[in-house]
Design a protein around this ligand. Structure first.
Ligand code: SF4
Length: 385
């Protein structure tokens, strides 16, 4: 089994109103250079042996603010510390209006072969509300640049359930996204995080609360629309043309090892999860002093984590393989829960797999709670960046 490598690049042009990620506003090239040097120092110190890797993911933040030279320095370090497969999936998260034809050609020449593109919505009023710092036309133009630079695997991030967003707005978003024919789509429901400007606007009544029932309707509309357009749903929030499922994110859902580097990055080595310092200046300082910025480490209940994550996938969990790997007969151990969920049309059995139904995907937390005794924070993205 090959591992994945996650590289967190925290810088953004400005801060979006809903964001609670570990991000920093981009100040100058020098501060990014210091950060890149710190990541390049962290990687060798954290790896004890040659490990096979077949996915690399630049997440953020806005990794497309890196110059190709900065991205190259990081990839070269990954290449010397891991045994990177020549056919690796190398993804970079990119935001509209942050790239030029030259930078895109530079990334492509380094082997970046997948763009995770932060469109979020094609509605300019909503982009302003989110303080995204770009408009819909920027997204259309940047998408053309991505194609012109030779990106043949592009994923769109879209957010549903925005304050004041109607079902008609959402359908128009989906229609425009589908008409552009990206290979992959990730759709997220907006989460309001306390401490963000958007939370303050909602709490003070200046913005309406997102409507949960409407968000559920948007989810159903999305499944139908994307199915008609030939996108297969392979995870609760992810849809792809055949063969374009995200190989990197699937590692999280299959509980394969992923090594994370950079501020706030999370890692899983097959047994334990551990994570880095969340403040960028602290992270750089810790790397300079100790060569390591780990602040938290825990051993997890692998079996329950495997159920929790595996149920997010459409394929669900192969019960026989689960029993082989963990020595647990899931059907017998959770007979009463499973009967209850089956009765409520939340789970189903299909070809020896246990999986969520479409209704179960909407009420997934209810199902997960029955299986998960204790779980740690994970680095699978649950909100669009
Ligand atoms: S939502 Fe994404 S682009 Fe916006 S500030 Fe946060 S990390 Fe940056």
């Amino acid at each position: 089994m090959s591992a994945g490598v996650y590289l967190h690049i925290p810088f953004c042009k400005s801060r979006c109103s809903y964001c609670d990620f570990a991000t920093d506003v981009y100040r100058n090239k020098e501060s990014v250079e210091r950060y890149v040097a710190a990541i390049c120092d962290e990687i060798p110190g954290s790896v004890s042996e040659e490990t096979n890797v077949d996915t690399i993911y630049f997440g953020g933040g806005t990794p497309s603010l890196l110059t190709p030279n900065q991205a190259e320095a990081i990839l070269k370090t990954v290449g010397t510390c891991f045994n990177v497969h020549p056919d690796s999936e190398i993804t970079m998260e990119m935001n509209p209006a942050t790239v030029t034809p030259e930078t895109l050609r530079g990334y492509r020449s380094l082997g970046v072969n997948r763009a995770s593109f932060g469109v979020q919505t094609f509605n300019d009023r909503h982009l302003k509300l989110l303080a995204r710092g770009h408009d819909a036309n920027d997204a259309r133009q940047t998408y053309k640049l991505l194609r012109a630079a030779g990106f043949e695997n592009i994923s769109f991030d879209l957010i549903a359930g925005l304050p004041g967003q109607t079902i008609g707005d959402w359908k128009r978003n989906l229609d425009e996204a589908v008409s552009m024919e990206p290979e992959h789509l990730s759709l997220y429901l907006l989460e309001i995080h306390e401490g963000t400007p958007l939370a303050e606007q909602v709490n003070s009544g200046r913005r309406p609360m997102p409507d949960e029932d409407l968000a559920a309707e948007m989810y159903e509309v999305m499944i139908e629309r994307l199915d008609q357009a030939g996108y297969g749903q392979y995870e609760i929030s992810n849809f792809a043309k055949p063969g374009f499922e995200s190989r990197h994110n699937t590692k999280y859902w299959r509980l394969d090892p992923v090594y994370g580097f950079g501020v706030s990055a999370h890692s899983f080595d097959g047994f334990q999860r551990y994570s880095n310092e969340r403040d960028t200046a602290e992270y750089v300082g810790r790397i300079a002093e100790f060569g390591n910025a780990e602040v938290n480490r825990e051993t997890i209940d692998l079996a329950s984590e495997f159920v929790f994550l595996g149920l997010r996938l459409n394929a669900g969990i192969d019960l026989a393989s689960f029993q082989d790997r963990f020595g647990i007969d899931l059907e017998r151990e959770h007979r009463s829960d499973l009967d209850r969920f089956h009765e409520a049309d939340l789970v189903e059995f299909h070809d020896g797999n246990l999986r969520l139904t479409q209704k179960g995907m909407l009420f997934s937390n209810e199902v997960f709670q029955a299986f998960v005794t204790e779980r740690s924070a994970i680095s699978v993205a649950t909100q669009a960046s």
